[in-house]
Design a binder for this molecule. Structure first.
Ligand code: FAD
Length: 566
């Protein structure tokens, strides 16, 4: 197998990967960025509503970084590592300013300062935005910036597996998607910036490329995921396509209404109403539907009409266009049909606040692929874009320091070992008969949605674990119809499914294990948060067909757990 040597390889070219690569590359190290899509097509480009930032002199006069940390900690139902949340808040103003100077054209206040809007769970408004296409603007800025450095982009390359020895990471096998040529990228440091995993769920706002590849690669390399049971569901996905209608809509004043025209959030979050955090709003919508106050098909209305057509088209252009094109609704005159859908993954590769993983030397992670843990049991809206940049930068700097103090391993990786890894990946798609990946994928997405979704309980999750295990046996005998070697997307879809299966078993087993309700993990059989027994992080390893679970303490600085009411 051909071999290419780098100091560091960054897997993923979204905001976190590009920011990390930027920091490593600018120190003069040889960096490769591998991405299965062209960088600016990464899911970061779909981010709509904004990026949270406390900017001194340009924020609500009553706001300060402590309020921001408090909101994040409470929003995450106290499972947040408070040192991480403090860092996120403290560095938020700086990173937003850096992005502005690099070229992101944020919306303005009349006096020329960067505009702000409310997002869910915020005591004071602090979300900065570029209309409702913020992610696109940020991603283009950082892509341009990183392209100016001497870094090598491998776009439309699919990373299959990490290569490690007893002690440290040695590189990654990736395949050029155009012609299926495998290459071993040898590196002293690998940054996992592979983004989320929405395709595990029947309903998701995520791109089709979000198949959790990075989590699965880490698990197969013997690395733990932290808090894998915490999956975020966004309350307002467009019915029936599941395209996201950004929280910015409610931030700008849109309200949720049921089939009686009633503003029902007053029942569930009397103070914050429609701007309650996402887990609470999602459960409220599904409760309305279940109790007969939804619309036929299972959705509620998101009413923007009182904002006026000009304001809607300026501030919420994407929501307006999506509702019109995909549901035939004119949001300036009637409510948009919405329902919850999977949106974000709080769990991820276990790293500390420097981005370092402690299971495998030389492995780092940032962005949605990582669990720092800054979002705890539920992420606040607009904190993820912020996390990708703040922790992408921290991680990049950590890697640069690591490279300065680490020498190359003395022996090289044997070709036999590489071929073995490749054969193992191939075995999932080589059968002539058996099951087709599409069939398994459909079943998996239904199981996860129905049994490990917004509402969970013992019996359903037990069934999910059993069913996922059975499906996982089946995927060892998958076939693909397309036998060509040119842009064989079916082949790569099947490899993605293998990754989804590895992750699904970890999510469902860890969810079954946590016997309480906290943030996005809501159990009908244990409806209360139980700090005495469960104020701790889940640490899950995948060993064959079983999930091995241990725990880590939550880092507390000054915020003591209190009831989470809004
Ligand atoms: C519709 C939508 C709207 C959102 N809006 C907001 C918002 O307004 N504010 C906010 O804070 N957050 C928002 N989020 C969340 C936020 O956008 C994401 O969490 C964040 O952008 C993730 O960035 P990332 O760098 O971690 O990963 P991504 O941007 O998802 O990038 C992942 C990268 O990994 C690569 N990759 C993955 N697997 C492989 C593989 N096997 N081989 C090679 N490459 C691979 C991909 O090609 C891609 O380049 C939104 C999310 C969605 C889905």
């Amino acid at each position: 197998m051909e071999k290419l040597s780098y100091d560091a390889v960054v897997l993923g070219a979204g905001l976190s990967g590009l920011m990390a690569a930027h920091e490593i590359g600018k120190e003069g190290f040889k960096v490769a960025i591998i991405s299965k899509v062209f960088p600016t097509r990464s899911h970061s480009s779909s981010a709509e509503g904004g990026i949270a930032a406390y900017i001194p002199g340009n924020s609500d006069p009553n706001d300060n970084p402590d309020y921001m940390t408090y909101d994040t900690v409470k929003g995450g139902d106290y499972l947040v590592d408070q040192d991480a949340a403090e860092l996120l808040s403290m560095k938020s103003g700086d990173i937003a300013t850096v992005m502005e100077r690099w070229g992101t054209l944020f919306n303005r206040q009349p006096d020329g300062r960067i505009a702000i809007r409310y997002f869910g769970g915020q005591t004071y408004p602090r979300t900065r935005f570029v209309g409702d296409k913020t992610g696109m603007a940020l991603l283009h800025t950082i892509y341009e910036r990183t392209s100016g450095l001497d870094v090598d982009f491998y776009s439309e390359w699919f990373a299959l597996d990490l290569i490690r020895d007893q002690e440290r990471v040695r590189g990654v096998i990736a395949m050029q998607m155009k012609n299926m040529t495998p290459v071993f990228f040898e590196a002293r440091a690998i940054v996992m910036a592979t983004g989320g995993m929405g395709m595990l769920y029947r309903h998701s706002t995520n791109s089709y490329i979000n198949t959790g590849d990075g989590y699965a690669m880490a698990l197969r390399a013997g690395v733990a995921l932290k808090d894998p049971e915490f999956v975020q569901f966004h309350p307002t996905a467009l019915y029936p396509s599941d395209i996201l209608i950004s929280e910015a809509a409610r931030g700008e004043g849109a309200v949720l209404i049921n089939n009686k025209g009633e503003r029902f959030m007053k029942r569930y979050a009397p103070n914050k109403l429609d701007l309650a955090p996402r887990d609470i709003a999602s459960r409220s919508i599904l409760t309305e539907v279940k109790e007969g106050r939804g619309f036929p098909g299972g959705f509620v209305g998101l009413d923007l009409t009182h904002l006026g057509p000009d304001y809607i088209k300026e501030r919420l252009a994407l929501a307006y266009e999506a509702a019109k094109s995909f549901s035939g609704i004119d949001a300036t005159v009637e409510p948009i049909p919405v329902r919850p859908a999977q949106h974000y993954y709080m769990g991820g590769i276990d790293v500390d606040i420097t981005g370092t993983n402690h299971d495998l030397r030389g492995l780092f992670a940032a962005g949605e692929a990582a669990c720092v843990s800054v979002h705890g049991a539920n992420r606040l809206g607009s904190n993820s874009l912020l996390e990708t940049l703040v922790f992408g930068r921290e991680t990049g700097r950590t890697v640069a320091d690591y490279l300065k103090s680490t020498s190359k391993p003395s022996s090289s990786v044997e070709n036999i070992e590489l071929e073995k890894m490749l054969d193992e990946a191939y075995s999932f798609v080589k059968s002539e008969s058996g099951v087709h990946f599409g069939e398994v994928q459909n079943k998996l997405r239904d199981i996860m949605w129905e049994k490990v979704g917004v509402f969970r309980e013992e019996k359903g999750m037990q069934e999910a674990v059993k069913e996922v295990k059975e499906l996982r046996q089946q995927v060892t005998k998958m076939y693909v119809n397309d036998k060509s070697r040119v842009y064989n997307t079916e082949f790569f879809n099947a490899l993605e499914l293998r990754n989804m299966m590895d992750l699904a078993i970890v999510i469902s087993s860890s969810a079954l294990n946590r016997k309480e309700s906290r943030g996005a993990h809501y159990r009908l059989d244990y409806t209360q948060r139980d700090d005495e027994n469960w104020l701790k992080h889940t640490i899950s390893y995948l060993r064959g067909n079983t999930v091995e679970i241990s725990y880590k303490p939550v880092k507390m600085t000054k915020w003591k757990p209190e009831p989470r009411v809004y």
